[in-house]
Write a new protein. Structure first.
Length: 282
């Protein structure tokens, strides 16, 4: 499995398995199937209410802990933020049945996320969270966090797919040492993604599905991606994307699908991204 190197030297698989919106009673079976298919990176969150099922799947799989990359996310707005972040982390690792996680993210930039980040910095220094990062942070929020704290987030997990490509934002993050990670890589099928003429034609040219084309596009852009499925056949298909390569022309055709619009909500102002990029490079 290809990996990316995070800003603290930790290796993270570029392709993982997500469990957002997977029902708790389906999660263990789905994660066991994903691990059997070869996935070694699993992404969950306290807010998904399925961490315990992920932990049960990890235990049942027999895959050595050191071979896994486990991500979960903080969801807490209680005060004081630092103490409640530590409490929330302990609850998450207990449900997962683990001593540490490989990546711990602030799920949303809500509440006292400075206090949350200070607690996460301590967890990182103590080795309980091998890497720490954020999710759904807009450019101004990310740069503000970097400027005013000690540890630069290793990852920012944001909505990224062919209709919202975040090219400028990815460049800004890269300049700061932050790895972009996609959630919603298929836009949940919105805007006709799975029947899109451009993606379908590229898939036909390679004997691959639209989903495989999208994942390969992400990988060639160095975007970490975590598709989800409860169908073992689709899990196997989604991980089978390392035996072909999109041409420059095909990458350009997919670039032309960008509209900049969220398929879910608006969380990144492109003008703000450009302004911050100019300021940071000045």
């Amino acid at each position: 499995m290809r990996t990316v190197t995070l800003n603290n030297g930790i290796e993270m698989p570029i392709l993982g398995f997500g469990v957002f919106q997977v029902d708790n009673d389906q999660t263990q079976k789905a994660v066991e199937a994903a691990l059997a298919a070869g996935y070694r990176s699993i992404d969950t969150a306290a807010a998904y209410a399925n961490e315990a099922a992920v932990g049960a799947a990890i235990e049942a799989s027999g895959v050595p802990r050191e071979d896994l990359f486990i991500t979960t996310k903080l969801w807490v707005q209680d005060q004081p933020a630092e103490a409640n972040t530590i409490r929330a982390f302990e609850e998450s690792v207990s449900k997962l049945g683990l001593d540490y996680v490989d990546l711990y993210l602030i799920h949303q930039p809500f509440g006292d996320y400075y206090g949350q980040w200070r607690a996460m910095e301590k967890l990182n220094r103590d080795g309980r969270a091998r890497a720490i990062g954020v999710s759904n942070f807009a450019a101004d929020q990310l740069i503000d966090l970097i400027i005013n704290n000690d540890i630069v987030p290793a990852v920012n997990q944001i909505e990224t797919h062919p209709f919202r490509q975040n090219v400028d934002y990815q460049e800004l993050m890269k300049g700061e040492g932050v790895q972009i990670e996609s959630w919603g890589p298929f836009a949940e099928g919105k805007n006709g993604l799975f029947t899109n003429d451009v993606l379908s034609a590229i898939g036909d040219a390679h004997g691959k599905s639209v989903a495989q084309v999208v994942l390969r596009w992400m990988i060639q852009r160095d975007v970490v991606v975590i598709p989800k499925s409860v169908n073992p056949d689709r899990m196997a298909q989604n991980i089978d994307v390392f035996d072909f390569e999109l041409t420059d022309d095909e990458m350009g055709l997919i670039a032309g699908l960008h509209t900049g619009e969220s398929q879910f909500f608006d969380h990144a102002d492109p003008d703000m991204v450009r302004w911050l990029s100019a300021r940071r490079l000045a």
